[in-house]
Design a protein around this ligand. Sequence first.
Ligand code: ADP
Ligand code: MG
Length: 392
Amino acid sequence: MLTTLAISNYRSLREVKVTLKQLNLVTGANGCGKSNLYKALRLLAQTAQGGVVNALAQEGGLESCFWAGPENITKGMLTGETAIEPTVRQQPKRLKLGFASEEYSYLIELGLPKPDSTTLFGLDPQIKREAIWVGNKYRPASVLVERRGPVVKSRAEHQKQAGWQTIGQHMQHGDSIFSELADPERTPEVIHLRDTIRAWRFYDHFRSDSDAPARKPQLGTRTPVLHHDGRDLASAIQTIFEIGDRDGFNDAVSDAFPGATVTVHYNAGLLNIGFQQEGLLRPLSASELSDGTLRYLLLIAALLTPRPPALMVLNEPETSLHPDLLPALARLIAKASSLCQVWVVSHANRLINALNEFEQCHLIELDKQLGQTHILGQDILTTPSWNWQQKA
Ligand SMILES: Nc1ncnc2c1ncn2[C@@H]1O[C@H](COP(=O)(O)OP(=O)(O)O)[C@@H](O)[C@H]1O
Ligand SMILES: [Mg+2]
């Protein structure tokens, strides 16, 4: 389970440290940084997929992702006595992302290369530093792998020789240790962490327009994990029926749509769902369902996966759902959180209120002050300990 997420210098998240629990609910007014927090977590996941540099390019480049305010915010700026103006830079500009978990923790720092007039790729982000340590507290003695620029050192416990070993000297600037160090003998913790992060699941706005992949009949293959665009909905539901929590699925359907049932049909090699509602003589297929019903079925299939990941992230799952469905959605999310760590970003009051009823729900309320995202109610005592240690 992740215990802390730390972000520095990413858009409105100038310096944010969040405590995470089993079920996390991120809320806050428009523009306060909910999506930025979501995107920061996604960037971390993309690091393990080997795609962090591309992901940053798609966001408009590293320079545009950097916090656009001054490096330091003085007391005077906060009280309005002094103007907001650039402060003299004391540290190189870095975007930093990290998480702590009970098992292993990780951080990455990205920056821009030194100016070089011989290349047109002078704005390509570079990975300046990465570190993996054991447990959730960074202590020099708990660091297992430390990368600085092109050089990676490891002090894996299982190695016979004590002390640091240089295990890579020529890392490409854009490649993470997760894509480069894939030797299960020398760095098993890198592989372990990589595989855990790669399994994190992000569901962000399922399409439900008439051409949406979820509306089409599909070739059936066993599908314990619903694709993020929902293209394999019928297979995922059938897989839950065969090897997962069939009763839980049926209960979730009738909780949201009293009297309704879902079946999966096989026709000419293709699978399609049938949604039987009270009052109808035949079940409706995926192409006939309302946007809200289709999205809700997608959420059930995602959340009741027979292969829960370490972390499941839902970005504004309320989109295009009827408000009356939101209490049932909250119950479904709470149930899923007993199988995996869940992170929900929402600004729908009914969903927020219903989730808050659950004891295990950890509310993370965001607020923005002078352009910076803060966590409401967080003070020195409740801010999780995290430091972007410079020296191992
Ligand atoms: N590079 C940046 N530096 C500082 N603030 C930024 C940067 N990029 C975007 N923002 C701010 O982030 C806010 C958007 O946050 P977002 O996470 O999308 O909000 P929401 O909570 O509505 O999802 C915008 O109001 C914008 O001011
Ligand atoms: Mg948003």
